[in-house]
Structure formats: C-alpha cells, structure tokens
Design a protein around this ligand. Structure first.
Ligand code: ZN
Ligand code: ZN
Length: 277
C-alpha cells in the first residue's frame, strides 16, 4: 500500500510540473486564447487524468508482473540473441539510440496492428479525444497499454539490451509521447521526414479516413516514410476523433467498449451462420 501511495504521489508531482510546462508553452503559442482552449478541452482532459491514475493502480502492477515474467522466460531461459555485456563496447548514446529506434520500429508495427479491424475497438479509445492535448497520452485501453509493455519488453530482452537503457528509453518515449499529443503547431520543417512532430501525430488522429490510416511511428518519421504511411499535407489539420456513433464517454464505458463490439460481431456471425444453414 505504501509503495502504491508513493507511486500516486510521484505521479501527481509529475502531472503538476508537466501541466505547468505545457501551460507555459500554450501561453506563448496561444496567448489569451489559452483560457478558452482549457475550457474547451477540460472535459476530455479530466477523463484522461482519471485514466492516468487508474492505470497506475490497475495496469502498471500487471505490466510490471508481465515484464518480470517475460524477462525470466527470455533471459533465464537462454532465449536472448545477445547479452547486456554485448553492448559494453558501444558508446552509451549509441545504445540509447539503438534502443529508441528498435522500440519505435516495434511500436510502428504494433500500432498498425491496432488499426486493423480486429483490434481497432481497443485502440479507438485513444483516438476518441476530439480536443487532443498532452493528456491524451493517458487515454489507452488496458489491453492497448499491456500490448505495448509486453511487446517492448519481449523484443528488447531478446536483443539483450541492458535494463538501464530500457528504462531510459521508456522515460524518453513517455515524455516524447506527451509532446507529440500536445496542441503545438510544430511540424519541424525539413526535419519532418526524420522525426515525428506534434502536427504529424495530429494527422494520425484526424477523423477522416485519409489521415487516420497514416503516421504510425512515435519518434522516427523515417519508418512512416519507409513503409509508405507518411502523411502531412500543407493544410490545417481537420477535426479530430472517431466516426463510431454513440461512443461511450466514461472510463467504464470505454473499457467495456471493445468487449461489447467483439460480442456483437460474434453474435452477428452466429446469426448469419444459422441463417445460411
Ligand atoms: Zn492510432
Ligand atoms: Zn496518439
């Protein structure tokens, strides 16, 4: 209990300073319009903060068990291709870069998988914010969150990446994730083909199909270029969100949503099979 309480206190402190940082950035970019923007986005941001704390209590402990299990299976089972010592000769910055690039590559394909018909009901929750802010990073279904944790841990363990660099990579991706979800109109100019900018990720969240089927990377836009999913036209980003009608707007409703969709699909398939007999 004490450990959980400590985690909640640390997370609250993190939220305070991240909020202040993005508030200041917003003041510089939006000026007086900041208060109007806060009023507009507060309803969704409040739900995202609820996600953030429930994640901490419900999902993080399961994720930690999952990482321990995966590490045990891969490292103690002798399945890893390399050992942490294999990286001793590398400059630390190169190990970190390798770690970020590898997990972004895994993340790119995981993200594409989440946009398939079968898994979209899980990922739709992350896309359901219509006023995307840095808090949108917290809006993920537990299945989505655990998929990210599990796949990352499995691949990085298989590559024998030293645990310290895995932790650093996690911290970097976490904060970069806040940044690309923030309402910041930066597209990085010529660097837009190398790194994912807030505008590039905003195009991933557009309601219209042409944009939402693109820009799957989190850090390196290069992956989207290489796999032909890069999309950043020189026009204003249209409205964000999803097209699903009557999408729930509560944590419980959204958490149950994929199960309801899958059950509905199974019922329809069973009825169609019965009708065909
Ligand atoms: Zn997505
Ligand atoms: Zn996103």
């Amino acid at each position: 209990m004490t450990e959980l309480w400590l985690r909640v206190v640390e997370a609250s402190q993190e939220l305070v300073w991240v909020s202040i940082a993005f508030f200041l950035v917003s003041l510089v970019i939006k000026g007086r319009a900041t208060s109007e923007w806060i009023k507009r986005s507060w309803g969704e941001a409040r739900l995202n903060l609820f996600y953030y704390f429930l994640d901490l209590v419900l999902v993080v402990p399961v994720g930690a068990l999952m990482i321990a299990g995966i590490n045990f299976l891969i490292l103690d089972g002798g399945l890893a291709f390399y050992t942490p010592e294999s990286y001793d000769a590398w400059p630390p910055i190169l190990v970190l870069l390798f770690c970020v690039a590898t997990s972004d590559f895994i993340g790119y394909w995981r993200h594409r998988l989440l946009h398939t018909w079968a898994l979209w009901p899980v990922h739709a929750i992350h896309h359901s914010d219509t006023e995307m802010t840095w808090t949108t990073l917290a809006r993920f279904h537990p299945i989505n969150r655990l998929m990210t944790t599990g796949l990352n841990a499995a691949f990085l363990s298989l590559l024998g990446v030293p645990p310290g660099f895995i932790a650093l990579n996690g911290i970097f991706r976490h904060y970069y994730g806040y940044f690309i979800h923030a309402d910041i109109p930066w597209s990085y100019g010529p660097l837009r083909f190398v790194l994912v900018s807030p505008i590039m990720h905003r195009w991933h969240h557009v309601r219209e199909v042409e944009g939402s089927g693109s820009n799957f990377a989190t850090v390196f836009a290069l992956y989207d270029l290489a796999f032909r999913s890069f999309y950043m036209p020189p026009r204003v980003v249209p409205s964000l969100g999803i097209t699903e009608p009557r999408f729930p707007d509560t944590w419980l409703g959204q958490t149950l949503y994929p199960f309801r969709v899958w059950a509905g699909r199974m019922r329809r398939e069973a009825a169609e099979a019965q009708a065909a007999e």
